[in-house]
Design a protein around this ligand. Structure first.
Ligand code: IMP
Ligand code: MG
Length: 178
């Protein structure tokens, strides 16, 4: 285990198994259609690649970059688009792929923007869900894991751009960020 982790929540094996299950569920739900996967940079990329390869339906992929105005958590949800989609999503079945949904504020902002572009459907698939922290309701249709209100890193999730490459998800020791 990485020395900066307090404990591992999900091992790589558990994660990959769960992603495959979820990909099966999504493939059944969207049978006969083509998905447009919109991954939110950067954390969701690790989840996206495993999920996309496990789908049995065709999917296109695009990326959306968002920049927080306030690094740290002073003003959660105050974000702007730093890299817009390359593709037009009008009439498409869009699935937003997120690394983690916490308060839901970031996602609400994104969904407002994307729904204005008139997709045929718009749902969210998140790797991790801190459901107890939710401040605004967002339509999370798929989640890999629900997690407690602790700061986690790994499998794409970062602290200060570090730990994304860890193959597991773990709780970061609190002295690292305090
Ligand atoms: P929300 O607007 O509060 O839902 O913010 C979600 C964003 O906060 C995520 O996209 C992450 O970038 C970040 N975040 C929230 N909780 C964690 C965590 O435990 N580890 C790493 N990043 C987190
Ligand atoms: Mg994010």
């Amino acid at each position: 285990m990485h020395p900066d982790l307090e404990r591992v929540l999900f091992t790589q094996d558990q994660i990959l198994k769960r992603i495959h299950e979820l990909a099966g569920e999504i493939s059944r739900d969207y049978e006969g259609r083509e998905l447009m996967l919109v991954a939110v940079l950067k954390g969701a990329v690790f989840f996206l690649t495993h999920l996309a390869q496990a789908l049995t339906i065709p999917a296109r992929i695009d990326y959306l970059g968002i920049a927080s105005f306030s690094p740290g958590k002073a003003l959660p949800g105050v974000v702007r688009i730093s890299k817009d989609l390359d593709l037009d999503i009008q009439g498409m079945d869009v699935l937003v792929v997120e690394d983690i949904v916490d308060t839901g504020l970031t996602l609400r902002y994104l969904l407002n923007i994307l729904s204005g572009r008139e997709p045929n459907s718009l749902f969210v698939c998140t790797f991790l869900d801190k459901a107890t922290r939710r401040l605004v309701e967002v339509p999370v249709r798929y989640r890999c894991f629900e997690i407690p209100d602790r700061f986690v890193v790994g499998f794409g999730l970062d602290y200060d751009q570090r730990y994304r490459t860890l193959p597991c998800v773990g709780i970061l020791k609190s002295h690292i960020y305090q």
